[in-house]
Design a binder for this molecule. Structure first.
Ligand code: IMP
Length: 198
C-alpha cells in the first residue's frame, strides 16, 4: 500500500522513510500537489487529523499525517503546537530559522531550573474518509542551556536525553528513530497496518 505523507518537510520525509521500510511513501510534491495546510487547531491530535483529512480530500488514497512539536513545562507547554512558527506572528509569512528558534527558546529559559520538556507526535493513518486511527506519543527530556550536535533538525540540538547522556542532535538517525516521539508513534501505526486484512 502506498501512503501519501502530509508533509513537505525534507527532514520528516527522511525519518518517515526509515520508519516505514518497504512501504512506498509519496509526498504531495511527488504527486504534483501543492499542499500547505494551516494548522489552526490547539492540539497535535486536531492538527494531525486536519492534515490527514485535507490531504485525503485531494488524493483519495491512504494518507499518513504527522503533527509534532516540543512542549516545555516551565513555559506552560510552549512552543507546543506553534513549534514550527515559534517566535513569528501567526500570519505565516515569516518563520524563524531553526537556529533562531533555538536561541529564542534558550533565552526565554535563561536562569530557569525546571527544564523538563517533551517532544510530542500525533500521527494519523487515514485509510478512507471514515476509517482512520490517530496515535500520540512522546519523548521525555530536558532543555539544554546551549545547543549540542549537528544531526537531526528543529529543536534536536537543545533537547537532552538523560538516558543517553546526549542531545537528540548527537544521535544517529537510527538511534533517534528508536527513541523519538515520531519513532514511537510510527511503531504503533505499523502495528495497525500489520493487523489490517489483505
Ligand atoms: P509541524 O509538525 O510540521 O507542525 O512542525 C513541527 C515542528 O516541531 C518542526 O518544524 C520542528 O520545529 C519541531 N519538531 C517536530 N519534530 C521534531 C523533531 O523530531 N526534532 C526537532 N524538532 C522537531
Amino acid at each position: 500500500m502506498t501512503l501519501y505523507i502530509a508533509t513537505n518537510n525534507a527532514h520528516k520525509v527522511k525519518e518517515l522513510a526509515e520508519l516505514f521500510p518497504g512501504i512506498p511513501l509519496r509526498t504531495p510534491a511527488d504527486a504534483g500537489i501543492e499542499f500547505d495546510h494551516d494548522e489552526t487547531e490547539d492540539s497535535f491530535l486536531g492538527n494531525s487529523l486536519g492534515k490527514a483529512r485535507a490531504l485525503f480530500g485531494l488524493v483519495k488514497a491512504p494518507v499518513l499525517a504527522d503533527d509534532s512539536g516540543l512542549c516545555v513545562d516551565a513555559l506552560g507547554g510552549a512552543p507546543g503546537v506553534r513549534s514550527a512558527r515559534y517566535g513569528s506572528p501567526d500570519d505565516g509569512r515569516t518563520v524563524l530559522s531553526a537556529r533562531d528558534k533555538n536561541e529564542l527558546l534558550l533565552r526565554e529559559m535563561e536562569g530557569r531550573r525546571d527544564r523538563t520538556c517533551r517532544f510530542v507526535c500525533a500521527m494519523t493513518l487515514m485509510l478512507s474518509e471514515h476509517r482512520f486511527v490517530t496515535v500520540q506519543e512522546t519523548c521525555e527530556g530536558r532543555l539544554l542551556e546551549s545547543s549540542r550536535g549537528a544531526e537531526g533538525f528543529g529543536y534536536d540540538p537543545v533537547f537532552f536525553l538523560p538516558g543517553e547522556g546526549l542531545s537528540m542532535a548527537e544521535l544517529s538517525l537510527e538511534r533517534k528513530n528508536r527513541l523519538s516521539h515520531r519513532g514511537r508513534a510510527a511503531a504503533r501505526i505499523l502495528a495497525v497496518l500489520a493487523s489490517l486484512p489483505d
